[in-house]
Write a new protein. Structure first.
Lengths: 129, 131
């Protein structure tokens, strides 16, 4: 903690003691989610039906496939920040906080990895029967 | 470092430090819908993508579960959580900009975001069924 500027004197004194940069990332990913989930919702509405054939043909197009990949990364990043914010508010024991952050980070990384793999497989894989 | 007050500081024994108002409802709903979607909607999204990647059979299993009565309850719940979180999130951007703190404006927009979230959910499902 600094003792020079006004910002330096207060930085780290919030209940979570850290996380200023997460605040901006939370806003950026929020705007990203607004756009990308809207893309998904509008796509689901506009598809003729939600059968395997329609949806797997849809995700083979470049724009839907890339949008879904960006959506998975953006959603899990935003959710990770939100969960860390909640844990920072309610979990005060340092050990429990560390364990909770660990689980959130692992969960988010796993979600992104599986999500991207499934999108690649659905978009590029052979027609499964 | 000195002990600092905790935030949110909700209770003093049995006594609540706050009383209900629309702004509290929208704040609590923002957190509940956001963290709720992290635990419910994201696993289901990954399941849907996994079922799609797995082929016709796994997709049929997902589709069967999604179209049961509890499947619809969960999916409608997720869509409401999303639209509610979207509206209260947009409200947060306005508050971040330093606007909307006057008591009547704040109350009006708190109610509006909650109502608009429900209306968007209804509009989305109407569109899914009729378009």
């Amino acid at each position: 903690m600094g003792n020079g500027t006004e910002l330096g004197r207060v930085r780290g004194l919030g209940p979570a003691h850290e996380g200023e940069e997460g605040w901006m990332q939370q806003r950026f990913t929020a705007v990203g989610n607004l756009l990308l989930v809207s893309f998904l919702a509008i796509s689901l509405v506009l598809l003729p039906d939600l059968s395997f054939g329609s949806v797997s043909a849809w995700i083979r197009h470049p724009v839907p496939a890339v949008a879904m990949a960006l959506l998975v990364v953006n959603l899990f990043w935003h959710a990770r920040l939100g969960l860390i914010e909640m844990i920072g508010d309610y979990v005060h024991d340092d050990g429990n906080k560390f364990a909770s952050f660990l689980l959130v980070n692992f969960g988010a990384a796993a979600g992104v990895a599986f999500g991207l793999f499934f999108i690649l497989k659905a978009a590029l894989g052979g027609i499964a029967v | 470092m000195a002990e600092r007050p905790l935030s949110p500081h909700l209770t003093d024994g049995m006594r609540l430090h706050w009383k209900w108002g629309p702004h509290m409802l929208v704040s609590i709903l923002h957190r509940v819908t956001g963290d709720g979607m992290a635990f419910v909607a994201l696993p289901i999204l990954i399941w849907w993508l996994g079922a799609l990647a797995g082929g016709q059979e796994s997709y049929a299993t997902f589709q069967h579960q999604a179209t049961t009565w509890y499947g619809y309850v969960i999916l409608v719940g997720i869509s409401w959580a999303f639209f509610n979180h979207l509206c209260s999130g947009v409200r947060h951007f306005v508050l971040d900009a330093g606007a909307g703190y006057e008591i009547h404006t704040n109350k009006r927009w708190s109610l509006a975001t909650t109502v608009i979230g429900v209306l968007l959910t209804a509009a989305f499902w109407a569109a899914v069924h009729f378009l």
